[in-house]
Design a protein around this ligand. Sequence first.
Ligand SMILES: [Zn+2]
Length: 290
Amino acid sequence: MIRSWSIGDIRVTRLVEYYGPTHDPATTFPAFDRARFDRQVASLAPGDYVPGIDRLVIAVQIWIVFAGSTVILVDTGVGNHKPRPAARMNRLNTLAPLWLAAAGVAPEAVTHVVMTHLHNDHMGWNTVLEDGAFVPAFPNAQYLVPKEDFVYFKDLLDSGMAPDPSLEDSLLPVFESGLVRFVDRQPTIAGVLRVERAAGHTPGHTTYWIESNGMRGVFSGDVFHHPIQIYEPDWNTSFCIAPRAARQVGHALLARAAETGALVMPCHFPPPGAGYVRRDGDGYRFEPAA
Ligand SMILES: [Zn+2]
């Protein structure tokens, strides 16, 4: 549920909002091929896939970065009490605020809330329900939002095409409180995270790199949803808005993660939720973090 790793002087903690066997691989990956999948499943950890019901194990995790007095949350999960079309996300009522406290995070102490992109499972805990209204959960934080995503999803909302009310319940109240900044121009967040555009999954998808004492890490958001994609990098998910760009971003990230030995910290990987990409012949393999 709560696990930490060190990257040089920086501590990163993974907090799981929930996880389980939820995703049918054939509908998750448009390029899915059953024979290839069956071969690659042998490379996965036993808990990554549940063959009896043919479901990939997918998590929703919130990353916390501790660097001196700077406390950064990277992506904020689904959140509580929010109406969502997917049953697994609809009106959750978890103890995530208590788990944040267990991870050593008081809401007032969070200095930055950073989003890789603006899908509903990455900004839910931006706000909490108070007296019937959603208000910012981290009152002293700067919320950093990829601008291209905001423009894209606000357009959908304004044209009545939004898939759910997530922008209205999880981001607009934060805007109204004056806590949002766009992340598109600055090179780093608080000198701790290096900002890199990684558009494809969404128009503004962004990754955040850490470097400390020669060690590296990357918050890769939804560049990959599941370890099977390390073995089949051309398998985008059906949630990718620009599939070709998403594939290029995926290949580039694999090459760099393998070259630098970075700890890869995605949003949705099953336990332990992070790991290393290693070269393996012409391709790659995934080594879960110890
Ligand atoms: Zn996601």
